[in-house]
Design a protein around this ligand. Sequence first.
Ligand code: HEM
Length: 533
Amino acid sequence: SAPATVSPTGQPTGADQARMAQSGSHLTNAQGTRLYDTDHSLKAGPRGPVLLQDHHLREKIMHFDHERIPERVVHARGAGAHGVFQSYGTASAVTKAGFLAPDVETPVFVRFSTVVGSRGSADTVRDTRGFATKFYTSEGVFDLVGNNIPVFFIQDAIKFPDVVHAAKPHPDREIPQAQSAHDTFWDFVSLHTEATHHTLFFMGDRGIPRSYRMMEGFGVHTFRLVNAEGGTTLVKFHWKPKLGVHSLVWDEAQLINGNDPDFHRRDLADAIEAGAYPQWELGIQTFPDTPDQTFEGIDLLDPTNIVPEELAPVQPIGLMTLNRNPSNFFAETEQVAFHVGHLVPGIDVTDDPLLAGRLFSYLDTQITRLGGPNFPQLPINRPHAPVNDMLRDGMHQTAVHRGVAPYKPNSLDGGCPFTAGADMSAYIETPVTVPEGRKVREAPESFADHFSQPRRFWLSMSPVEREHIIGAYTFELGKCYEEAIRERTLQVLANIDPELCSRVAEGLGMTAPEPTVPLADVEPSPALSQIGG
Ligand code: HEM
């Protein structure tokens, strides 16, 4: 066959990549030598012992033995799709990111997921859903690694191992595999009340979406956009599904899990195959980049907070269409590696302490999951921009680099003639002023209110959504073995709303406690309701 074409880093591209995996009309071994039989081991006579010299048997079994890679430590179960993002250009005033300029089209790959369950778990469990998008921009890869719930359980990434250990199956019996109905989870969220807002969200209808095509997505953290003049704006990212936001009811979700555990995965793939391409509008809420990084009294660095859309409307900036199913689940959906640190010029991070830990975690975990540091070379992860890094060698290196040595400064061999430059096209961290202070392990005072925003959420729900939430808490807490955990959770509910607490207490046959904090005086945010919004 024709010699493979290579990228600047020596990697085969496009069709050549596929041809390397499967070409020719004969079955061969991994070295390209033709086989005459792959159904029988080499034996000393038809009924005799199998011979150690059977190198085809050993190669075939050895490769099979290593077919599995570790599943993701969280978000193990997912479904992906390719598509395109068309920018409206409406964000150009606030960001210089090229893919957000007018009329630019950017290829994307999206992976939707559940958080807690293992790779083989069911789709319609009560859980948060991941919504991770990789934009292959001409200025490098930008990943928006979000969820279908706009807030998170914790305010500081150092608590992530705790919340995940609490939510994962119990270590002795490995149950429950996917759902939230267990003691460790409720123990954690009732002791750690900053989790209240997220818990309330996923006890609501958003915890059991009807379809991946009918979910909102949220970047959760506040990000900082930078425009061509160096001006900065704080933003929150939102995906709004063109089909609207729809959920299952609990009984439907239970039945579907039994009948078709692949329900969401099948729905996405079937819709795309039928040409019913799902679409989302990307939007931003914008806030002035003030030194205190608050908006209307809301701390923008606290990822347990939303900013009500009534206070800061979501402004559409582009349209995403998913129009192609993956052709190989492992190569694409399983090997894709998202990272909140994959940023392009014009999009920067803020000092949200949850985001800081994520900036470490994704790259770190992928070194284990994808077997070394060279996973950016996997086809699904490759940027659609020239790559000229100084990273070399390592496990699973497939690029053939040229030149003497990747170091700078370097006067030899023209070996490293490429420059890094602080021009418009380079990624430059925003030179924000860092507040001075003592080095401490403590949260700011503004992170201390754990009940006002949950109360706003509860007050924003329509009557039917409230009934679903009451039913969900009653069901989930009814599965807890420990009475003390139920009592403590009722206390959390009393601090959100007395009616919510008393209805759940009634369902559990328990007494509703009095609130221990004054009930927050907050206005509903109609946009939080799937029915009323
Ligand atoms: C995976 C979202 C917080 C660590 C994921 C995925 C999503 C996601 C969507 C799946 C990506 C995929 O489909 O491959 C979020 C959101 C968070 C959050 C929205 C909070 C706002 C955290 C934190 C940590 C963390 C605080 C750790 C400090 C991980 C890890 C994975 C993961 C280790 C697996 C990644 C892999 O194996 O490729 N997260 N996450 N996440 N997340 Fe997060």
